[in-house]
Design a protein around this ligand. Structure first.
Ligand SMILES: *[C@@H]1O[C@H](CO)[C@@H](O)[C@H](O)[C@H]1NC(C)=O
Ligand SMILES: *[C@@H]1O[C@H](CO)[C@@H](O)[C@H](O)[C@H]1NC(C)=O
Ligand SMILES: [Zn+2]
Length: 482
């Protein structure tokens, strides 16, 4: 606790210094006091008291999972909304349960975040922990200040299983191997997304297409994808621009795996931080102990994805590059499908991590882009100067970007408006609120435009880095009848 306060005092000092040095030269607007309750001022979330009346520590098949989600949404109509983003090949609903004090509607100005579990069907610890997370959140809202704060200020979308067909053919107690990893057509869903670095020729699968559609309609700020088979938080990029040295030889490929170089994003500081938040709040992850003697030990329990092993078509690179959503791959069990009696322990190890990770959506900068009549500008392109992966505003003109404390410039560009560059400060204690007004561009003032024009994010390939088209998210909430 005292360490925390030392850190906070230090950051206040740094912040004060920033202000005294920068205020005159750069006219930083007054930092608005945030109307959010400050996360740092809240007591730690309390431990969950599991109630076997509602949910046991056992694996739930698709019917049981569906029953639990339906029952929970019926029991907590003001805190949850159940929807499906589509169906698996074998016709199982891809359920998402929203947990929030505003489950049915996006709260303007407040972030949407998500967890996706079980993308690999034979890695179901995350699938079960997400059910317990749901139960924990809904049952703690009235009694736990931290949970109340989180649900009042965040919309949390929880998809326990992205690969229900794979799960259906997986075997409890199987720690390794591939049975159930793939969807019903044998595709690895975490190799099935468009790739920034390499052509991905894999045919898009219904499960991946549903997720692509989902994330194109809701702008998620932060996301965790839960896996098993290792104990580490792995952050983008998963793929690398480096040419493959070996194509055919298995030995060569193995060598390449162990000699892989990191492939870092311009937001590497943020991704490392997000991964550390998960690892350090976890009972064991940050110790960085290898699962087996033949597997790597990860310093502090985190790794860059490509440094571990490069892969093409992963979900996290796609979300970050195309939509600016920061996703981390959370490997939470050395054994992919451990026996059910171990689930309670996994919950205890991960509970705090799962909650604290989501709270990170409230770090950095957020705000609105308006025209000079105070109308929101949709699909304005934004970029933090020096960080060449951009993001866009929603139909309400909103934007969010997770950033660590520091001094930044925001570049804002929208067709028909003069581009702007705005300086701002991020502090530890609360997100920086920043509203940007754009003026219609005058046709013939070339010099000003030339000095301030923002390039849309550069790509190595002639491909759009971002194709964000926010749509009315209400469109996708539907409630399949029984
Ligand atoms: C849900 O909210 C409404 C309106 O605030 C309230 O009248 C109702 O009692 C709440 N229902 C539950 C189950 O809490
Ligand atoms: C920014 O705009 C939003 C939406 O109109 C408004 O609620 C908020 O108070 C504004 N914030 C600042 C700092 O001006
Ligand atoms: Zn996996």
């Amino acid at each position: 606790m005292s360490k925390r306060w030392t850190t906070i005092s230090f950051l206040i000092l740094v912040y004060t210094c920033y202000r005294c040095t920068w205020a005159q030269q750069t006219q930083i607007p007054e930092q608005p006091t945030n109307n959010l309750e400050l996360e740092a001022a809240l007591p730690e979330p309390r431990a969950y008291v599991p109630d076997s009346q509602y949910l046991d520590f056992v694996y739930h098949n698709h019917e049981e999972l569906t029953r639990f989600l339906r029952a929970t949404s019926a029991r907590y109509p003001n805190l949850t909304a159940l929807y499906s983003i589509g169906k698996s090949i074998q016709g199982r609903e891809l359920w998402v349960l929203v947990v929030s004090s505003s489950p049915y509607e996006h709260m303007v100005g407040k972030p949407d975040v998500k967890y996706v579990g079980n993308i690999h069907g034979n890695e179901p610890v995350g699938r079960e922990l997400l059910l317990h997370l749901i139960q924990y959140l809904v049952s703690s809202y009235d009694t736990d200040q931290y949970v109340k704060w989180l649900l009042d200020n965040t919309r949390i979308h929880i998809m326990p299983s992205m690969n229900p067909d794979g799960f259906a053919v997986s075997k409890e107690g199987t720690c390794d191997g591939g049975q159930g990893r793939y969807n019903a057509r044998g595709f690895d869903l975490n190799r099935n997304f468009p790739d920034y670095f390499k052509q991905n020729n894999k045919r898009g699968q219904p499960e991946t297409d549903a997720v692509k559609d989902w994330i194109s309609k809701i702008q998620f700020v932060l996301s965790g994808s839960l896996h098993g088979g290792a104990l580490v938080a792995s952050y983008p990029y998963d793929n690398t621009p480096n040419a493959r040295i070996c194509r055919s030889s298995a030995l060569c490929a193995m060598f390449q795996t162990y000699s892989a170089a990191p492939s870092l994003t311009p937001d590497d500081d943020v991704f490392k931080h997000l991964s550390l938040v998960y690892a350090k709040n976890h009972a064991k992850m940050s110790r960085g102990v290898a699962c087996k003697s033949a597997t790597p030990a990860f310093e502090n329990g985190i790794t860059n994805g490509a440094a571990w092993y490069p892969l093409t078509g992963g979900m996290q690179d796609y979300q970050y590059v195309w939509y600016g959503c920061m996703e981390v791959t959370l490997e939470i069990s050395c054994c992919k499908y451990p026996p059910a009696y171990e689930l309670r322990k996994y919950w205890e190890d991960n509970q705090l991590s799962m909650i604290k990770f989501l709270a990170e959506a409230h770090r950095g900068v957020q705000g609105f882009v308006f025209d000079n009549n105070n109308n929101p500008i949709e699909r304005a392109s934004l970029k933090i100067k020096g960080r060449d992966v951009g993001f866009q505003t929603t139909k309400h003109g909103e934007f969010w970007r997770i950033l660590l404390p520091g001094y930044y410039k925001l570049e804002v560009f929208a067709e028909g408006y003069s581009p702007r560059e705005i300086e701002f400060v991020v502090v530890e204690q609360h997100p920086t609120l920043l509203n940007v007004t754009l003026q219609p561009s005058k046709q013939f003032n070339m010099p000003t435009i030339a000095t301030t024009t923002i390039k849309t994010p550069t790509t190595k390939k002639p491909r759009k880095l971002i194709g964000f088209i926010p749509k009315d998210e209400d469109e996708i909430i539907h409630f399949p009848s029984d």
